[in-house]
Design a protein. Structure first.
Length: 168
């Protein structure tokens, strides 16, 4: 399996979570608890996925074409922005304030659009360059390394957070 095939599969999972979030938004007040849970799950999934992408980019930085490096730096900056935005959304949905859910829903719509566009850029520009830079023989090693990184980072999380993964 190519590294980018796994990343594309994860993009599929992220898109499904975004679609669920989008379906819940029109009834934000009534679905506030579900919105909080979906944004938490999406945030965890996005975090693990971006760890893999960040690892690959750092590993391959010198092998990527110069014009791709600039795009890649921008994509990595967006990873942080998206993570912070999801955390803020989850916290807003966790609050019980009347009327605020609709305002937060509007922010969520914008974030959903940004995440979809971000994934499309990665698939169109970054993933083909990663495939070229890795080559077929190194791809399997990169997949193993990505999984190791995610396992190690998950092991370093506090016990409370690990329990949250199991319930989401």
């Amino acid at each position: 399996m190519r590294v980018t095939e796994e990343l594309r599969n994860e993009h599929g999972t992220l898109r499904a979570k975004l679609a669920l979030l989008e379906r819940l938004l029109p009834r934000a007040r009534a679905t506030q608890t579900s919105l909080r849970d979906v944004t938490a799950s999406l945030g965890r999934c996005l975090c693990r996925h971006t760890e893999k992408e960040t690892f690959l980019v750092e590993l391959l930085q010198e092998r990527l074409p110069e014009d791709t490096r600039d795009t890649t730096r921008h994509l990595l900056e967006e990873h942080d922005e998206h993570s912070h935005a999801l955390t803020a959304l989850r916290e807003c949905f966790a609050q019980e304030g009347e009327g605020e859910a609709e305002q937060v829903a509007a922010q969520a719509v914008q974030l959903i659009e940004e995440l979809r566009e971000h994934m499309a850029v990665e698939e169109e520009l970054l993933f083909p360059e990663v495939d070229r830079a890795l080559g077929a023989t190194q791809a399997k090693d990169a997949v193993r390394l990505m999984h190791t990184i995610v396992r190690c980072s998950a092991a370093e999380e506090p016990r409370e957070a690990q329990g949250a993964y199991q319930t989401a």
